[in-house]
Design a protein around this ligand. Sequence first.
Ligand SMILES: Nc1ncnc2c1ncn2[C@@H]1O[C@H](COP(=O)(O)OP(=O)(O)OP(=O)(O)O)[C@@H](O)[C@H]1O
Length: 257
Amino acid sequence: MPDSVIHFRAVARHFDDVIAVGGVDLSVAAGCFVALVGASGSGKSTLMKMVNGLEQPTTGQVIFAGEDVSTQPPAKLRRRIGYVFQSIGLFPHMNVAENIGIGPRLSGQRLGDGRIRALLELVELEADMTSRMPDELSGGQRQRVGVARALANEPELLLMDEPFGALDPITRDALGERVRALHDALGLTSIMVTHDMAEALLLADRVLVMDAGLIVADETPAALLAGKGGEIAQGLVAVPRAQAEKLAAMEREGSRS
Ligand SMILES: Nc1ncnc2c1ncn2[C@@H]1O[C@H](COP(=O)(O)OP(=O)(O)OP(=O)(O)O)[C@@H](O)[C@H]1O
């Protein structure tokens, strides 16, 4: 498929006798926003890390932009793939501008002040944030800087692993919508790991559900809401649906009293 940015071909990753990823075949089309959901330990992070070379498949191949990831130099992958991983935070000894510019700097390029201001603007942060240190920012601001850093190299692919996990619900909602708007405006291809099925349904074009190292559902949000995707996917959809129903019932009760 020429318009696919990434292909997984029978990709498995074992850690001794633990099968983290058990044989995944998957293609992601250019321009698609994919959410990857599933229980803790189902293999989501391991699958993502095999895209940018942080983990290597035990068997199978990950193909990015037509080439096997294992044959591409790490620096080239870093330039073409932006990532926001909760486990890989900002560098604490670098200010905001230095954090945003680290990717280009590693490839021998210096980001100008104008470009840094433009990146801050993309994630709706004030231009005077540039000299702040990470510990002088709120969690939401740090995640915004993380997104700006991931976009600094104008990546073709954006990988996000629980990017908004530690944020309060209002900030999380706002940042999710901002990232989706950026995805559309910049013509990105994005894959986002989340534990939150509601977030996946609201933001993604395509929702993948992982269970025990395998992708057990691959549906659009509309198809999932219409009951497709099988038992595990429907178990995850049931949670936000039940919450929405309870809230609607409370609202009805409230309007009667
Ligand atoms: N470096 C490692 N060494 C050994 N086992 C690992 C390693 N990385 C992951 N695993 C195991 O592989 C399985 C899948 O882990 P992974 O982190 O991919 O799951 P996940 O779906 O991302 O979980 P979570 O939602 O909790 O982040 C787990 O059983 C985990 O313990």
